[in-house]
Design a protein around this ligand. Sequence first.
Ligand SMILES: Cc1cc2nc3c(=O)[nH]c(=O)nc-3n(C[C@H](O)[C@H](O)[C@H](O)COP(=O)(O)O)c2cc1C
Length: 322
Amino acid sequence: MTTAGPAALTSEQIGTLARAVGRAPSVHNSRPWQLLVRGTEVDLLERRSVVPRRQDPFGRDRMMSCGAALTNLELAVRVLGRDCHVAFRDGEDAVATATIGRPRAASARDFDLYEAIGRRRSHRHEFDHGRVPAAVHAALVAAGEATGVHLVVPAHLDRFAQLLGFATRVLREDRGYQRELAKWIAHVTGPPATGDGVPEDTLSPEAPPVAGLVPADTPVPGDDVLAGRLAAENLLVVCTDGDTRAEQLAAGMALQRVWLTATAKALAGSVITQPLHLTGFRARLVSELVLPGVPQAIFRFGCAEVPVAPSPRMPLDEPFFE
Ligand SMILES: Cc1cc2nc3c(=O)[nH]c(=O)nc-3n(C[C@H](O)[C@H](O)[C@H](O)COP(=O)(O)O)c2cc1C
């Protein structure tokens, strides 16, 4: 006697997956992915045509964005009451496959993180400066820990401040970076407004330069002031053992789990990667902060002083079917 395999998803359920994936954070809000549904397997394809070359010269942010989308996909499958197994694929376009298994009740934690998907947003403003309780901090770190991924509280903030100040000055003067950033901001304001890109009012001039993207008028305080501001922040550096595409994907998955955990605990957060693409910055960050691996992203979090509106999204790409 043969037993039937897991049932395929309905089109309504596939819509649920696509909406969850569509709310994931991504480099410049570019959503560099596409879903391909093959029965009970859903491939996450990387859209390599998305190239913010100055922000993301090596495609690391694109892979991490795909990782963040994959976390949302996995949570949505679980909340639909199905088992889910996610595997990295080093294919031409497919970066991962989510295999949808048999019925299985989602955990309370899956529900909490899934519900946080719609409330998570990039909060690039200053936080209400105060330490996050140790237990909450530990929960965030635990949420992101995965094989080969490490969440590190940065030490040596004086050196960190020097490096960030330097990187910010470089990016402020980099005409190519500025042109590209202006273009992605213009995607939102148009004309024509394409629905991707970063709204200008979400970039905060009053926060430390560590807090977001770097328009040409970003103020750079002195190293001491910046070190003081960093000391008042809650920061985690997402590091991986190496720098393979699988590790970048894992870093993105971990980052999103940490971000959703923070959101579920009524905290806000934002992510910074742009200085990490300056080769000298990355190498010096590893040596000066004595990091245990390759820094992929810096996550800052805390209590929001002001609410932030959700950023727009392009109209949903319909998943492909095979
Ligand atoms: C891999 C990755 C890298 C990012 N890098 C930066 C960054 O360097 N600076 C920044 O301000 N935001 C960064 N972001 C945040 C995105 O700009 C943000 O997710 C996107 O604009 C959508 O907005 P939302 O997070 O509010 O939904 C990054 C996000 C991801 C996933």
